[in-house]
Design a protein around this ligand. Structure first.
Ligand code: MTE
Ligand code: MO
Length: 435
């Protein structure tokens, strides 16, 4: 796939009919949206209702419900400054400086879709089915029942796509060319996955917990799943692992899995199933879509860049590696040299916490210790900050390097090449001009 860096509205301004195809999944008739049927589901989901007169709706017309006076095209509830990487399905990442919030807002959370999201879903009609070989008592819950039967909890959790940073790998890896912004740390509101699984009885032989979602395969083939992944039972039973019906005190956004999703902190985002319909307590490692081959797997032992790796030598990614972002200043800042510069960001360490964050302004010759805050709860990211005095006018690069509680630090160069370009946790660099 080609790298695509256009904003959502630039896309519509340049080629409205092409944009229809790229955003809603179907090329429309040149004059009307006749023949746009499979795109309509996505449009309805974005609008929250079916378009009754879709056959006469002009092609490339930005639905008024999605337009606002300042932006010619936007998705309801999403920041138009997100970078659209792929339009069918929608995949968009967040520029680093927009991730400065302590708690990531829904508007700024990256979107990673593998399939066609379900059309507008209502929480009142939604059900979650729990089954699988190792469920003693398969059950079905409405969202109201989940809320009534189990304790509601909130957890701030890092959700980072396994492919975040993929764009840097050489030779390149196919897939969305994420740079830095496929990471977020919102507060999820929900019930503990463990409580629900235990309520259904976990048999002795249970080893894995998997999800199924309501999104459809891109081909439209109803017999194919877009994605269905899972986690070992021990991770599922951690108190931070949630079945979430809300985010940041509000209902989930449609693109983030409304009305129900999994929220599993510190592991590749792909295990946090959206539009959650089913849970399977499995007696084996789950074998759903995107569990096998090279999906969300890396070579068990390091390989040379470009190497071909046999399927049996690929291991499933579990905890994500330690990483940090510089969320202020925005790269390219021109800053008065005499004034101290506040540099800050977040750091996270997968299943581990972050022990220290250091900053260099001299290309790694020397490192300054940043102030580091504890996480709001386990598996949340940690705020770091530093007041920097730039010694003279000129160009600087700021490099941030985090070290986790086991003593592992971020590498300054690309870490182990792998066929799908996962787990790039190299240091983030921003440019600053002292003027
Ligand atoms: N049902 C479903 N769940 C899904 C996905 C998907 O395509 N379908 N994408 C996964 C991936 S790869 C990631 S990184 C996260 C992204 O969550 P977000 O789009 O809410 O940021 O959702 C995961 N859950
Ligand atoms: Mo992902």
């Amino acid at each position: 796939m080609k790298r695509q860096k256009k904003g959502l509205h630039a896309l519509y301004a340049a080629d409205p009919i092409g944009a229809d195809e790229r955003v809603f999944g179907r090329r429309s008739h040149p004059l009307t949206r006749r023949g746009f049927l499979s795109g309509l589901g996505t449009m309805s989901a974005a609008l929250g209702a079916d378009v009754v007169f879709h056959a006469t709706m002009p092609a490339g017309l930005i639905p008024a419900a999605l337009a606002d006076s300042s932006a010619p095209f936007t998705l309801t509830g999403k920041d138009p400054r997100l970078t659209l990487l792929h339009a069918r399905p929608i995949n968009a990442e967040t520029p680093a400086h927009l991730l400065d919030e302590n708690v990531t807002s829904a508007a700024r959370m990256f979107v990673r879709n593998n399939g066609i999201p379900p059309a507008a879903a209502t929480a009142a009609d939604w059900t979650l089915t729990v089954g699988g070989e190792s469920a003693r008592q398969p059950k079905r819950f409405s969202i109201a029942e989940l809320k009534k039967r189990f304790t509601t909890v909130s957890q701030q959790l890092v959700i980072e796509c396994g492919g975040n940073g993929r764009a840097e790998f050489q030779p390149p890896a196919s897939g969305n060319q994420w740079t830095l912004g496929a990471v977020a740390c919102p507060v999820f509101d929900g019930v503990r996955l463990a409580d629900v699984l235990e309520d259904c009885g976990i048999a002795e032989d249970a080893v894995y917990v998997a999800y199924t979602g309501a999104d459809r395969h891109l081909s439209g083939d109803p017999d194919k799943q877009a994605i269905s992944r899972g986690i070992p039972l021990a991770k599922a039973l951690e108190p931070e692992s949630l079945i979430a019906f809300g985010m940041n005190g509000e209902a989930l956004h449609p693109l983030h899995g409304h009305p129900l999703r999994l929220a599993i902190g510190g592991w590749p985002g792909s295990v946090s199933g959206k539009w959650l319909q089913g849970l399977l307590i499995r007696d084996r490692v789950h074998d759903g879509a995107k569990m096998g081959g090279s999906s969300y797997r890396v070579p068990c032992e390091p390989v040379a860049p470009g190497a071909t790796v046999a399927a049996e030598d690929m291991c499933i990614i579990e905890s994500m590696p330690v990483k940090s972002l510089i969320t202020a200043p925005q790269t390219g800042l021109r800053h008065p040299q005499a004034e101290p510069l506040e540099v800050r960001g977040h750091a996270w360490g997968g299943d581990l916490s972050v022990a220290q964050v250091e900053l260099s302004m001299d290309f790694g010759q020397s490192w300054l210790q940043a102030a580091l805050e504890p996480p709001a709860n386990r598996l949340a990211w940690q705020r770091w900050s530093l007041l920097l005095q730039l010694p003279q006018r000129g160009y600087y690069e700021l490099w941030a390097r985090a070290t986790d509680s086991a003593g592992r630090a971020q590498p300054m160069v690309l870490p182990g090449w792998n066929p799908k370009g996962y787990l790039n946790n190299a240091t983030h660099r921003v440019a600053v001009y002292a003027v």
